[in-house]
Design a protein around this ligand. Structure first.
Ligand code: FER
Length: 349
């Protein structure tokens, strides 16, 4: 399905997009901003949004392979998530995603989220929380609806191996629109609700989760990660509210943090390049990872450019590339694994 590169009608694009959601039926691709190609989105491009291009790689590890792999806990980045962590093990009970809603003062409406609770979730315990942000045109079902990202397995296996604490994963709907009829798209106005998510997250969703689930609070126990458009907002939110999140990973982050024009649209930029840093005296995340596949066909070198800007600005972060990965689950699995590995390393120390 990914190999063809046909310009499709919007209706066909929607039918083929990776993650089914009500919203996708109404996606609008704008042709403003003088970028005529903005209306021409290939099937390949479209299927890569929201939660990544479906990967050809089989993740079935043989018993020998799995047995051979030993996780050595150090603070080094590994490009690939070990298969021993992505396989379903018969002796591990994995959590399941469920869906809930909360009232958002920011948006003036009830909004949905998916949540992955540990299999033996209990009010008698308290758990750290990862907020995980989807890509453009996605919603709170983007990650839970794609078994290829192996989120349940990675977090379940790492907890079962005693590497990390059992962890709650919250997948919000990142399109924080104030108008229920507003739709996402490739133009500046249609991206504003994504940039508004910082308000919904910090003022509405996080307080709701902290009140309604048995969670550990504080930055040491609060993590943020996102893919593509979610990676862009992860960078933005982290730079604006660095005191909230101890561990952060922006995977294959989309353009638009700073002004630029790519094949989809012109981005006005959320900030100036000189602002891509933590303010003097700010509490910084313990770990801030920025990563991307070397073959990313959607965001290309934008993540690397964020790394270069932040490096020039003296803004602490870890940058790495996943050799051969596209805008896909190889990158997502890698980013999540390395985020949890850094958490595991720090907490052990
Ligand atoms: C863009 C390129 C990529 C953009 C968004 C994306 C809003 C997001 C891709 C994804 O989420 O998969 O120019 O502009």
């Amino acid at each position: 399905m990914r190999k063809k590169c046909i310009t499709m009608s919007i209706a066909l694009m929607l039918a083929l997009s990776a993650c089914a959601s009500d919203r996708q039926e109404d996606v609008i691709v704008s042709d403003n901003n003088n970028v005529s190609e903005a209306t021409e989105i290939s099937e390949e491009d479209m299927s890569s949004f929201a939660s990544g291009i479906a990967s050809d790689e089989t993740e079935e590890a043989s018993e020998e392979e799995t047995a051979e792999q030993e996780i050595v806990l150090n603070d080094e980045i590994e490009e690939r998530c070990p298969t021993t962590l992505t396989v379903t093990r018969s002796d591990v009970e994995y959590g399941e995603f469920t869906h809930g809603t909360y009232y958002s003062e920011t948006c003036g409406m009830e909004r949905g989220y998916s949540i992955l609770l540990p299999a033996d979730y209990s009010e008698d315990k308290q758990y750290p929380v990862l907020y995980l942000l989807h890509g453009i045109f996605g919603d709170e079902y983007s990650f839970s609806g794609d078994s290829g990202n192996k989120i349940k397995e990675i977090v379940g296996n790492m907890a079962a191996d005693g590497l990390i604490e059992e962890t709650i994963i919250v997948c919000p709907n990142m399109f924080a629109a104030w108008d229920p009829d507003q739709k996402p798209g490739f133009d500046a106005e249609s991206c504003l609700p994504y940039d508004n998510f910082i308000n919904d997250l910090t003022n509405d969703l996080m307080p709701y989760i902290e009140e309604n689930y048995s969670v550990l609070t504080g930055r040491e126990n609060t993590y943020l990660a996102g893919f593509s458009m979610g990676g862009r907002e992860t960078i933005y939110i982290t730079l604006k509210r660095p005191e909230l999140f101890g561990y952060v990973c922006a995977i294959s982050a989309a353009p638009g943090v700073v002004a630029t024009t790519d094949k989809f649209m012109s981005h006005p930029g959320q900030m100036e390049e000189s602002e891509m840093l933590f303010e003097e005296g700010a509490t910084e995340p313990n770990v801030f990872i920025i990563c991307c596949g070397t073959n990313d066909s959607v965001v290309g070198d934008y993540p690397k450019s964020y790394h270069e800007i932040m490096e020039a600005n003296g803004c602490n972060h870890i940058w790495y590339e996943i050799t051969g990965a596209d805008h896909d689950n190889n990158a997502i699995r890698s980013g999540l694994y390395n985020l949890f590995k850094q958490i595991a390393y720090d907490k052990k120390a």
